[in-house]
Design a protein around this ligand. Structure first.
Ligand code: ASP
Ligand code: MG
Length: 439
């Protein structure tokens, strides 16, 4: 069994969906196709939900109508026989009727989740109308019937395995399964999701649950690149990564993979392949449990970072101080990315500053606190780069004259992270591209 996950741009136009069908039926290996929403749809649904939350019903209605028009145009190119068009219209009617009904209900967090789920429900059902028109055999496995998260929003892999296993069994003999990424049910049985970009996570969980031979993540780029292609002019795809390298890159900002998506595949040793729907023959990136050749593989950057510095003479020769600092962040469910300490100060970075005012108030009891907003973490990732003695020199000499606010080195053997002001990020990425990769 193989998993093929297609992202928003891969199903973003009728012609792209046709290509997905072609790729999914190119060989006889049984597969589960996991689809994202058509690109732009989840953002549109978020906007609709926000309008409703603010009580702006007319604006929400207009946005729903605009989305519906877009989908009417979509199906007109997706399918052509009268029977298929009729089915596709029925799909749109069902989901847009739902969106119109909610205009009359009061907004809640649970309703928000229902609204956001419409994107993946639409993309998969429309894809199925096309498969049917093409006379292809398939079974649609509703993700809401098997994807489960617990009360801590953690996926319940054992339950997923049992439920999915039973569904696959029920359709034994079918070689092509279709399901939704992103959406799931929570411990209360309500519709929920795996957070924005969560379709990769769905795919990896499904791969682990189904014991898949490979989890293919199809996007619109030839795999993971050595640097951010949106920021740096010259970048190259990386053909091999280990799970550890890929996890570091995803966590520290590589947009191609959702940060949580690696662990289920890693734990169950399912190789992950990053492939390009626009260029299916390209090699892409293969991620496995095997260590790769030592050396830098890629640089990633994460924006929106806040640095918090706590200075206290009480830290001098004291033990237990860091525990008290960490407890405050833990209490406010704020995770820390980087940390450096000196004898009298500790600096940490966070990427979610929503609880910052409360955190600062409590940290104030421990010492003098200062905050630097608008920072970026730049991470250079690669097998054992922390033991490459020339690497630090190359990194620092290429960044001569740039103020580096923090350095984290050796926490993982595979990562060197630097904290710089966000407005220096582009320059830093470009200089490192030259200094580390010679590009
Ligand atoms: N459609 C969802 C989003 O845009 C999930 C995904 O595409 O991964 O966040
Ligand atoms: Mg994505």
């Amino acid at each position: 069994m193989k998993i093929m996950k297609f992202g928003g741009t891969s199903v973003g136009k009728p012609a792209r969906m046709h290509e997905v069908a072609r790729l999914a039926t190119a060989d006889k290996e049984p597969k589960i196709v996991v689809l994202s929403a058509v690109s732009g749809t989840t953002n549109a649904l978020v906007a609709i939900s926000q309008k409703l939350a603010l009580g702006e019903r007319d604006a929400a209605r207009l946005a729903i109508d605009a989305l519906e028009t877009q989908y009417q145009n979509f199906i007109a190119e997706l399918v052509h026989t009268d029977a298929a068009l009729e089915k596709a219209r029925a799909v749109l009617q069902e989901h847009f009727e739902f969106l119109h009904i909610i205009l009359r209900i009061s907004w809640s967090e649970a309703l928000n989740k229902d609204i956001l789920a419409q994107g993946e429900l639409l993309s998969t059902k429309l894809f199925c109308t096309y498969l049917e028109e093409q006379g292809l055999r398939y079974a649609l496995l509703p993700a809401l019937d098997f994807m489960r998260i617990d009360e801590h929003e953690e996926p319940q892999l054992d339950t997923i395995r049992t439920l999915l296993g039973a569904m696959l069994q029920q359709h034994a003999g079918t070689g092509l399964f279709v399901t939704q990424g992103f959406i799931c049910r929570n411990a209360r049985g309500e519709v929920d999701n795996l957070k924005r970009g969560g379709s990769d996570y769905s795919a990896s969980l499904i791969a682990a649950a189904a014991g898949a031979s490979v989890c293919e993540i199809w996007t619109d780029i030839n795999g993971m690149h050595n640097n951010d292609p949106r920021v740096v002019d010259r970048t190259l795809p990386v053909s091999r990564l280990s799970f550890d390298e890929a996890a570091e890159l995803a966590y520290f900002g590589a947009k191609i993979l959702h940060p949580a998506s690696i662990w289920p595949a890693q734990q169950h040793n399912v190789p992950v392949k990053l492939l390009n729907t626009m260029d299916p023959g390209a090699e892409g990136t293969l991620i496995t449990g095997d260590a790769t050749a030592p050396g830098a593989k890629a640089i990633a950057a994460k924006d929106g970072i806040t640095a918090v510095n706590i200075k206290s003479s009480r830290m001098l020769l004291a033990y237990g101080f860091l525990r008290r600092v960490f407890e405050i962040f833990e209490k406010h469910r704020t995770s820390i990315d980087m940390i450096t300490t000196s004898e009298v100060a500790v600096s940490v970075t966070i990427d979610n500053a929503s609880a910052l005012p409360a955190i600062l108030e409590e940290l104030g009891a421990l010492g003098t606190v200062s905050v630097d907003g608008d920072q970026a973490i730049v991470s250079i990732v690669g097998q054992e780069i922390a033991s490459d003695t020339s690497m630090l020199q190359r990194v620092f000499s290429s960044l001569e004259g740039v103020e580096i606010r923090m350095v984290s080195y050796g926490g993982s053997l595979h990562n060197i992270s630097l904290l710089v002001a966000a407005d220096k990020k582009k320059d830093v990425l470009q200089r490192l591209n030259k200094g580390v990769f010679g590009l």
